[in-house]
Design a protein around this ligand. Structure first.
Ligand SMILES: Nc1nc2c(ncn2[C@@H]2O[C@H](COP(=O)(O)OP(=O)(O)O)[C@@H](O)[C@H]2O)c(=O)[nH]1
Ligand SMILES: [Mg+2]
Ligand SMILES: [Zn+2]
Length: 330
Protein backbone atom coordinates (compact mmCIF):
# COMPACT_ATOMS: atom_id res chain seq x y z
CA UNK A 1 0.00 0.00 0.00
CA UNK A 2 2.88 2.35 0.77
CA UNK A 3 4.19 2.21 -2.78
CA UNK A 4 0.77 2.73 -4.34
CA UNK A 5 -0.01 5.68 -2.13
CA UNK A 6 3.44 7.03 -2.92
CA UNK A 7 3.04 6.86 -6.66
CA UNK A 8 -0.46 8.29 -6.72
CA UNK A 9 0.36 11.02 -4.25
CA UNK A 10 3.45 12.06 -6.13
CA UNK A 11 1.72 12.02 -9.50
CA UNK A 12 -0.35 15.00 -8.43
CA UNK A 13 2.69 16.96 -7.30
CA UNK A 14 4.26 19.36 -9.72
CA UNK A 15 7.49 17.47 -10.14
CA UNK A 16 9.88 20.35 -10.28
CA UNK A 17 13.38 18.97 -9.79
CA UNK A 18 14.60 21.01 -6.84
CA UNK A 19 18.22 20.09 -7.66
CA UNK A 20 21.01 19.32 -5.19
CA UNK A 21 19.64 15.84 -4.50
CA UNK A 22 16.38 17.16 -3.13
CA UNK A 23 13.04 15.59 -3.90
CA UNK A 24 9.56 16.91 -3.47
CA UNK A 25 6.89 14.88 -1.71
CA UNK A 26 3.75 14.93 0.36
CA UNK A 27 3.56 13.96 4.01
CA UNK A 28 1.29 10.92 4.25
CA UNK A 29 1.84 10.09 7.92
CA UNK A 30 3.23 11.86 10.97
CA UNK A 31 4.65 9.54 13.61
CA UNK A 32 5.88 11.86 16.32
CA UNK A 33 9.57 12.45 15.61
CA UNK A 34 9.31 10.86 12.15
CA UNK A 35 7.29 11.39 9.03
CA UNK A 36 6.42 9.23 6.03
CA UNK A 37 6.77 11.19 2.81
CA UNK A 38 5.47 9.98 -0.57
CA UNK A 39 7.60 10.97 -3.56
CA UNK A 40 7.56 9.89 -7.19
CA UNK A 41 9.65 6.85 -6.24
CA UNK A 42 7.62 5.55 -3.31
CA UNK A 43 7.60 6.41 0.36
CA UNK A 44 10.53 7.55 2.48
CA UNK A 45 10.73 7.63 6.26
CA UNK A 46 12.06 11.03 7.28
CA UNK A 47 13.24 13.11 10.16
CA UNK A 48 12.95 16.89 10.00
CA UNK A 49 15.45 19.70 10.16
CA UNK A 50 15.60 21.20 13.64
CA UNK A 51 14.04 24.50 12.52
CA UNK A 52 10.94 22.57 11.41
CA UNK A 53 10.25 20.95 14.75
CA UNK A 54 8.47 23.84 16.48
CA UNK A 55 4.82 23.16 17.27
CA UNK A 56 3.11 25.14 14.54
CA UNK A 57 5.80 24.60 11.90
CA UNK A 58 6.19 20.85 12.27
CA UNK A 59 5.29 19.02 9.09
CA UNK A 60 1.81 17.50 9.19
CA UNK A 61 -0.12 15.22 6.85
CA UNK A 62 -0.93 17.01 3.63
CA UNK A 63 2.17 19.17 3.71
CA UNK A 64 4.19 19.44 0.53
CA UNK A 65 7.82 19.13 1.51
CA UNK A 66 11.33 18.91 0.13
CA UNK A 67 13.48 16.11 1.39
CA UNK A 68 17.15 15.18 1.18
CA UNK A 69 18.55 11.67 1.49
CA UNK A 70 20.52 11.09 4.68
CA UNK A 71 21.50 7.47 4.08
CA UNK A 72 20.10 4.18 5.26
CA UNK A 73 16.93 4.69 3.17
CA UNK A 74 16.06 7.65 5.40
CA UNK A 75 15.39 11.22 4.39
CA UNK A 76 15.35 14.60 6.09
CA UNK A 77 12.58 17.15 5.53
CA UNK A 78 14.46 20.35 4.79
CA UNK A 79 11.59 22.59 3.71
CA UNK A 80 7.81 22.81 4.01
CA UNK A 81 6.18 24.59 1.08
CA UNK A 82 3.72 27.38 1.87
CA UNK A 83 0.41 25.95 3.09
CA UNK A 84 -2.85 26.80 1.34
CA UNK A 85 -4.56 26.41 4.72
CA UNK A 86 -4.40 24.21 7.79
CA UNK A 87 -6.77 22.63 10.27
CA UNK A 88 -5.88 23.58 13.83
CA UNK A 89 -6.92 22.52 17.28
CA UNK A 90 -6.01 23.99 20.65
CA UNK A 91 -6.38 22.03 23.82
CA UNK A 92 -5.75 22.78 27.43
CA UNK A 93 -2.64 20.91 28.42
CA UNK A 94 -1.07 21.05 31.86
CA UNK A 95 -2.81 24.31 32.64
CA UNK A 96 -1.65 25.97 29.41
CA UNK A 97 -3.01 25.95 25.91
CA UNK A 98 -1.32 23.81 23.30
CA UNK A 99 -2.06 24.67 19.72
CA UNK A 100 -1.56 22.01 17.09
CA UNK A 101 -1.85 21.88 13.34
CA UNK A 102 -3.62 18.64 12.43
CA UNK A 103 -3.43 18.67 8.63
CA UNK A 104 -2.39 21.02 5.84
CA UNK A 105 -3.78 21.87 2.40
CA UNK A 106 -7.24 20.62 3.21
CA UNK A 107 -10.31 21.31 1.04
CA UNK A 108 -13.02 19.66 3.11
CA UNK A 109 -13.79 18.42 6.60
CA UNK A 110 -16.10 15.41 6.72
CA UNK A 111 -17.69 15.48 10.16
CA UNK A 112 -18.75 11.92 10.90
CA UNK A 113 -21.41 11.14 13.49
CA UNK A 114 -23.07 7.73 13.81
CA UNK A 115 -26.80 7.18 14.30
CA UNK A 116 -25.88 5.13 17.39
CA UNK A 117 -22.85 3.25 18.80
CA UNK A 118 -21.48 5.71 19.76
CA UNK A 119 -24.40 8.15 20.14
CA UNK A 120 -24.19 11.47 18.34
CA UNK A 121 -22.09 14.09 20.08
CA UNK A 122 -23.58 17.36 18.79
CA UNK A 123 -21.22 19.54 20.81
CA UNK A 124 -18.21 18.05 19.07
CA UNK A 125 -19.88 18.49 15.68
CA UNK A 126 -20.60 22.17 16.44
CA UNK A 127 -16.93 22.67 17.25
CA UNK A 128 -15.72 21.00 14.08
CA UNK A 129 -18.01 23.31 12.11
CA UNK A 130 -16.53 26.36 13.81
CA UNK A 131 -12.98 25.14 13.13
CA UNK A 132 -13.73 24.34 9.50
CA UNK A 133 -15.13 27.78 8.68
CA UNK A 134 -12.40 29.50 10.70
CA UNK A 135 -9.68 27.62 8.83
CA UNK A 136 -11.18 28.05 5.33
CA UNK A 137 -12.31 24.43 4.93
CA UNK A 138 -15.69 23.32 3.53
CA UNK A 139 -17.61 21.23 6.07
CA UNK A 140 -19.74 18.22 5.14
CA UNK A 141 -21.81 16.26 7.64
CA UNK A 142 -21.82 12.49 7.36
CA UNK A 143 -24.39 10.51 9.28
CA UNK A 144 -22.89 7.02 9.40
CA UNK A 145 -24.39 3.61 10.26
CA UNK A 146 -27.84 4.46 8.87
CA UNK A 147 -28.50 0.71 8.78
CA UNK A 148 -28.92 0.95 12.58
CA UNK A 149 -32.09 2.42 14.11
CA UNK A 150 -31.89 6.13 14.87
CA UNK A 151 -33.15 7.48 18.19
CA UNK A 152 -35.54 10.44 18.39
CA UNK A 153 -32.71 12.34 20.08
CA UNK A 154 -30.37 11.72 17.14
CA UNK A 155 -33.07 12.78 14.69
CA UNK A 156 -33.62 16.07 16.53
CA UNK A 157 -29.89 16.74 16.65
CA UNK A 158 -29.51 16.15 12.93
CA UNK A 159 -32.47 18.41 12.19
CA UNK A 160 -30.72 21.16 14.16
CA UNK A 161 -28.00 21.24 11.47
CA UNK A 162 -30.60 21.62 8.72
CA UNK A 163 -30.32 25.41 8.39
CA UNK A 164 -26.61 25.45 7.61
CA UNK A 165 -26.53 25.09 3.85
CA UNK A 166 -23.89 22.35 3.93
CA UNK A 167 -24.06 18.91 2.34
CA UNK A 168 -25.38 16.16 4.60
CA UNK A 169 -24.71 12.61 3.46
CA UNK A 170 -26.12 9.47 5.07
CA UNK A 171 -24.01 6.34 4.77
CA UNK A 172 -23.95 2.71 5.71
CA UNK A 173 -20.89 0.59 5.19
CA UNK A 174 -23.14 -2.42 5.78
CA UNK A 175 -25.74 -1.79 3.04
CA UNK A 176 -23.57 0.48 0.89
CA UNK A 177 -26.14 3.28 1.13
CA UNK A 178 -24.75 6.73 0.44
CA UNK A 179 -21.21 5.57 -0.34
CA UNK A 180 -21.51 6.64 -3.98
CA UNK A 181 -22.87 10.07 -2.95
CA UNK A 182 -19.95 10.41 -0.58
CA UNK A 183 -17.45 9.44 -3.26
CA UNK A 184 -18.84 12.15 -5.55
CA UNK A 185 -18.52 14.78 -2.79
CA UNK A 186 -14.90 13.80 -2.14
CA UNK A 187 -13.61 13.35 -5.71
CA UNK A 188 -10.66 15.55 -6.58
CA UNK A 189 -10.56 17.00 -3.06
CA UNK A 190 -8.44 16.53 0.02
CA UNK A 191 -10.85 15.68 2.82
CA UNK A 192 -10.17 15.18 6.51
CA UNK A 193 -12.49 12.77 8.35
CA UNK A 194 -13.20 13.80 11.93
CA UNK A 195 -15.45 12.44 14.66
CA UNK A 196 -15.61 10.27 17.73
CA UNK A 197 -13.84 6.93 17.78
CA UNK A 198 -16.10 4.18 16.56
CA UNK A 199 -18.25 6.31 14.22
CA UNK A 200 -16.91 4.35 11.25
CA UNK A 201 -14.36 6.73 9.75
CA UNK A 202 -11.73 4.14 8.99
CA UNK A 203 -14.39 1.86 7.55
CA UNK A 204 -15.42 4.68 5.16
CA UNK A 205 -11.79 5.30 4.28
CA UNK A 206 -11.37 1.62 3.45
CA UNK A 207 -14.29 1.83 1.03
CA UNK A 208 -13.08 5.07 -0.54
CA UNK A 209 -9.45 4.06 -0.93
CA UNK A 210 -9.72 0.31 -1.41
CA UNK A 211 -7.08 0.00 1.29
CA UNK A 212 -8.08 -2.89 3.50
CA UNK A 213 -4.90 -2.95 5.52
CA UNK A 214 -6.31 -0.20 7.72
CA UNK A 215 -7.40 -1.37 11.13
CA UNK A 216 -11.04 -1.01 12.14
CA UNK A 217 -12.07 -1.01 15.80
CA UNK A 218 -14.74 -2.92 17.65
CA UNK A 219 -17.29 -1.05 19.72
CA UNK A 220 -16.90 -1.96 23.37
CA UNK A 221 -20.04 -3.72 24.58
CA UNK A 222 -19.40 -2.37 28.07
CA UNK A 223 -19.14 1.33 27.24
CA UNK A 224 -20.72 1.62 23.79
CA UNK A 225 -17.64 3.60 22.84
CA UNK A 226 -15.22 2.96 20.04
CA UNK A 227 -11.67 1.99 20.77
CA UNK A 228 -8.94 4.29 19.55
CA UNK A 229 -7.46 2.12 16.84
CA UNK A 230 -6.29 4.78 14.44
CA UNK A 231 -3.30 6.20 16.28
CA UNK A 232 -1.83 8.67 13.81
CA UNK A 233 -3.23 10.72 10.96
CA UNK A 234 -2.92 9.03 7.55
CA UNK A 235 -3.30 10.52 4.08
CA UNK A 236 -4.50 8.08 1.43
CA UNK A 237 -5.40 8.50 -2.24
CA UNK A 238 -9.03 8.04 -3.25
CA UNK A 239 -9.93 5.46 -5.83
CA UNK A 240 -11.16 8.00 -8.36
CA UNK A 241 -10.20 9.12 -11.83
CA UNK A 242 -10.50 12.69 -10.54
CA UNK A 243 -7.88 12.04 -7.85
CA UNK A 244 -8.18 13.36 -4.35
CA UNK A 245 -7.16 12.23 -0.88
CA UNK A 246 -8.71 11.38 2.42
CA UNK A 247 -7.05 11.95 5.76
CA UNK A 248 -8.05 9.52 8.50
CA UNK A 249 -7.56 10.97 11.97
CA UNK A 250 -7.44 9.26 15.33
CA UNK A 251 -10.84 9.68 17.03
CA UNK A 252 -11.31 12.71 19.22
CA UNK A 253 -13.55 13.21 22.25
CA UNK A 254 -12.68 16.87 22.61
CA UNK A 255 -11.70 19.51 20.13
CA UNK A 256 -10.42 22.76 21.57
CA UNK A 257 -10.91 25.92 19.56
CA UNK A 258 -8.48 28.19 21.39
CA UNK A 259 -8.74 31.93 21.23
CA UNK A 260 -11.65 33.04 19.06
CA UNK A 261 -13.46 36.34 18.75
CA UNK A 262 -17.22 36.33 18.96
CA UNK A 263 -17.24 37.07 15.22
CA UNK A 264 -15.12 33.97 14.56
CA UNK A 265 -17.49 31.90 16.62
CA UNK A 266 -20.58 33.34 14.94
CA UNK A 267 -19.13 32.41 11.56
CA UNK A 268 -19.39 28.81 12.78
CA UNK A 269 -23.07 29.43 13.44
CA UNK A 270 -24.27 30.95 10.16
CA UNK A 271 -27.86 30.17 11.16
CA UNK A 272 -27.43 32.52 14.15
CA UNK A 273 -25.27 35.00 12.28
CA UNK A 274 -28.13 35.57 9.85
CA UNK A 275 -30.34 36.66 12.76
CA UNK A 276 -28.79 40.12 12.66
CA UNK A 277 -27.65 42.63 15.29
CA UNK A 278 -28.66 42.61 18.92
CA UNK A 279 -29.86 45.89 20.41
CA UNK A 280 -27.26 46.05 23.19
CA UNK A 281 -23.54 46.03 22.46
CA UNK A 282 -21.86 43.13 24.26
CA UNK A 283 -25.19 41.26 24.42
CA UNK A 284 -24.68 37.86 26.05
CA UNK A 285 -27.66 36.46 24.10
CA UNK A 286 -29.39 35.49 27.33
CA UNK A 287 -32.12 37.60 28.90
CA UNK A 288 -31.20 41.03 27.53
CA UNK A 289 -33.91 42.96 25.71
CA UNK A 290 -33.64 43.07 21.92
CA UNK A 291 -31.41 40.01 21.49
CA UNK A 292 -31.59 39.09 17.81
CA UNK A 293 -30.43 35.52 18.42
CA UNK A 294 -33.02 34.79 21.08
CA UNK A 295 -35.67 36.36 18.83
CA UNK A 296 -34.62 34.08 15.94
CA UNK A 297 -35.04 31.04 18.21
CA UNK A 298 -38.41 32.29 19.48
CA UNK A 299 -39.64 32.75 15.93
CA UNK A 300 -38.60 29.18 15.15
CA UNK A 301 -35.93 30.25 12.63
CA UNK A 302 -33.07 28.60 14.55
CA UNK A 303 -33.28 25.49 16.77
CA UNK A 304 -32.81 26.30 20.47
CA UNK A 305 -30.03 23.71 20.65
CA UNK A 306 -27.86 25.79 18.35
CA UNK A 307 -28.11 28.92 20.50
CA UNK A 308 -27.41 26.87 23.62
CA UNK A 309 -24.38 25.36 21.89
CA UNK A 310 -23.14 28.79 20.84
CA UNK A 311 -23.44 30.11 24.39
CA UNK A 312 -21.80 27.02 25.86
CA UNK A 313 -18.80 27.19 23.53
CA UNK A 314 -18.41 30.91 24.17
CA UNK A 315 -18.46 30.33 27.89
CA UNK A 316 -16.08 27.36 27.72
CA UNK A 317 -13.60 29.31 25.62
CA UNK A 318 -12.85 31.26 28.78
CA UNK A 319 -11.63 28.10 30.44
CA UNK A 320 -9.74 27.00 27.35
CA UNK A 321 -7.96 30.33 27.01
CA UNK A 322 -7.03 30.82 30.65
CA UNK A 323 -8.33 28.11 32.95
CA UNK A 324 -10.14 29.53 35.93
CA UNK A 325 -9.15 33.13 35.35
CA UNK A 326 -11.65 34.30 32.76
CA UNK A 327 -10.82 35.53 29.32
CA UNK A 328 -8.00 38.07 29.27
CA UNK A 329 -7.83 41.13 27.05
CA UNK A 330 -11.27 41.06 25.49
N1 LIG B 1 -23.70 -1.17 11.63
C1 LIG B 1 -22.65 -0.52 11.12
N2 LIG B 1 -21.42 -0.65 11.69
C2 LIG B 1 -20.40 0.04 11.17
C3 LIG B 1 -20.55 0.88 10.02
N3 LIG B 1 -19.35 1.44 9.73
C4 LIG B 1 -18.49 0.97 10.66
N4 LIG B 1 -19.10 0.13 11.52
C5 LIG B 1 -18.46 -0.57 12.66
O1 LIG B 1 -18.13 0.39 13.67
C6 LIG B 1 -16.92 0.01 14.33
C7 LIG B 1 -15.91 1.16 14.32
O2 LIG B 1 -15.51 1.40 12.98
P1 LIG B 1 -14.17 2.21 12.62
O3 LIG B 1 -14.16 2.37 11.14
O4 LIG B 1 -12.95 1.61 13.26
O5 LIG B 1 -14.47 3.63 13.33
P2 LIG B 1 -13.47 4.86 13.56
O6 LIG B 1 -12.98 4.73 14.97
O7 LIG B 1 -14.32 6.07 13.38
O8 LIG B 1 -12.36 4.77 12.55
C8 LIG B 1 -16.44 -1.25 13.62
O9 LIG B 1 -16.87 -2.35 14.38
C9 LIG B 1 -17.14 -1.20 12.29
O10 LIG B 1 -17.32 -2.48 11.74
C10 LIG B 1 -21.86 0.98 9.43
O11 LIG B 1 -22.11 1.68 8.44
N5 LIG B 1 -22.88 0.25 10.02
MG1 LIG C 1 -10.27 4.89 12.88
ZN1 LIG D 1 -27.94 38.90 21.70
Amino acid sequence: MAARSGQQAASTLQQRAPGNGRQRGIVVQALGPQWVVATGDGTVRCVARRSLRRALERPVVGDLVEIEPIGGDMGCIVDVLPRKNRLRRADVHRGGRREQVIAANVDQLLIVGSTTEPPLNPGLMDRYLVAAWRDGIRPILCVSKVDLPMSARARTILESFGGLDIPIVRTSAVTGAGLEDLRVLLEGMTTVLAGLSGTGKTTLVRHLTGDHSLEVGEISAATGRGRHVTTSARLLPLVSSAGGYVIDLPGQRVFGLGDLTEEDLLRGFPDLERAGECRLPGCSHGSEPGCALVAAVERGLVPARRLEAFRRIWKNLEDEVAPGTGRPGR
